[in-house]
Design a protein around this ligand. Structure first.
Ligand code: PMT
Length: 409
């Protein structure tokens, strides 16, 4: 990233309360190196973690804190909101995310965010349980749907001693994403399968499963947002096509196989999120099957395993599978990881609980356990859209590492 690539001139940096506030001076310095003018607004709780004088000295401008300042700049929040080309709030606390979601205007930073017409970027930093709390996740979802951009958080060790998602992004990645010069999957082609397949028995009946396509569609949207050119091979679902994603609609496992094989060689990454029917009828009756017999035996044949076929190709993409399990999740997922020769498998429990609610399949939430040949990582239950973003980031980073290794050995 260099100055000439960067069209942003004025950045308003909001600093909220959190231990990661100590990184704010470095963020200011790095933005200034790109030729950007930075003005800082800090909240009252941010002052507990970083001094006003430090931020003033590094930014070279007064630090703004009060809605009604003592001098003549009474319309400060409007002035600042109009001055900024972009607002970056880093670190952004759970409390500030909640304020923004509900339109609070109880401090200078929340007030000017309400008045702002420029893009707003939030770089969350908080305890992992606070990040995963459904209240926070609901707020994040709402803000995203209003166009607020989230940078991170990253996973790793936390100041409180816990491990998980909630760390401020590394400054390099934060600034790359903020300045939009390089996205995680820029220039990459990602092929994704989603939804169920339908295997016809006769002209009106078929065998299928409860997949809604939500997981695969969310992954397609997030991969596209991460800069990838995405092709989504979708079984029959009732979902809108994600923005700027190439869609190939199919019905049967055989059609899904053909569509995937046509696109697999060009793909850098293949994510198999579809619930492909393992078997299909040997014969499809030409006419509607009559209910004349008291018993009816269906003869089924095995469908091609699309994921295994792709991972066996000479010029294969980086292959990620899902494992849908009702029992022995870890053992079965690891067995599939090895047997299907995958770089990663994302295991989820599926089925219905005692109250009849779906797990994994046909639900807005999911809880996954990720296995790679190197180890495993568990994520708590969360909305599929948010999970998809975290999975895409993980896949991109794992891909990058594997690619670097391939080219240094
Ligand atoms: O669509 P949703 O309602 O959002 O639900 C999401 C989901 C539960 C369907 C998804 O998260 C999921 O688990 N997808 C994989 C379902 C599945 O078929 O799992 P499996 O364990 O039977 O298959 C293992 C892997 O092989 C999967 O990546 C599957 O896509 C792939 N496969 C399986 C059979 C086959 N013939 N071809 C394949 O490519």
């Amino acid at each position: 990233m260099n100055k000439s690539q960067n069209p942003t001139h004025n950045v308003l940096l909001g600093v909220t309360g959190g231990i990661a506030a100590y990184k704010s001076p470095e963020i200011i310095r790095r933005l200034q190196e790109l030729g950007i003018t930075v003005r800082v607004v800090m909240t009252e709780s941010a002052e507990k973690f970083i001094g006003e004088v430090t931020l003033q000295a590094i930014s070279g401008h007064p630090v703004y804190k009060d809605i009604f300042s003592s001098d003549d700049r009474v319309m400060e929040h409007i002035d600042l909101a109009r001055w900024a080309d972009k607002i970056l709030i880093a670190p952004c606390s759970a409390d500030f995310i909640a304020k923004l979601t509900h339109g609070f205007a109880d401090n200078l930073l929340s007030t000017l965010c309400l008045a702002a017409e420029c893009p707003i970027f939030l770089a969350p930093a908080m305890n992992q349980a606070m990040w995963h709390n459904l209240a926070t996740q609901d707020n994040v979802e709402k803000l995203k749907s209003r166009g607020v951009e989230f940078l991170g958080p990253a996973a790793g060790n936390q100041a409180c001693g816990e491990v998980g998602y909630g760390r401020l992004l590394e400054i390099n990645q934060l600034l790359d994403e903020f300045c939009n010069t390089e996205k995680l999957l820029s220039g990459k082609k990602v092929l994704i399968t989603a939804g169920p397949t339908q295997e016809a028995l006769d002209p009106v009946r078929y065998i299928t499963n409860h997949s809604s396509g939500k997981m695969g569609y969310a992954l397609a949207q997030q991969a596209q947002r991460a800069g990838a050119e995405v092709t989504l091979v979708s079984g029959p679902v009732h979902l809108p096509t994600p923005n700027q994603v190439n869609i190939v609609n199919v019905i049967s496992a055989k059609q899904m196989y053909d569509a995937v094989m046509e696109n697999a060689e060009q793909a850098d990454i293949f994510i198999a999120a579809a619930a492909v029917a393992d078997y299909s009828p040997v014969d499809i009756a030409e006419q509607k099957i009559k209910k004349s017999q008291s018993e009816l035996n269906l003869e089924l044949k095995k469908n091609p395993d699309i994921l295994s076929e792709v991972s066996s190709m000479d010029n294969r993409p980086f292959c990620i599978g899902f494992a849908a399990e009702t029992e022995n999740l870890e053992t079965n997922a690891k067995e599939k990881l090895t047997r299907k020769k995958l770089e990663m498998i994302i295991a989820n429990r599926v089925g219905q609980n005692e109250s009849g609610e779906y797990k994994g399949f046909n639900s807005d939430q999911n809880k996954v356990h990720i296995f790679t040949p190197m180890g495993s990582h568990e994520l708590p239950e969360m909305k599929k859209s948010i999970l998809a973003k975290q999975l895409v980031e993980l896949i991109a980073l794992t891909y990058e590492k594997a690619y670097e290794k391939k080219h240094t050995t």
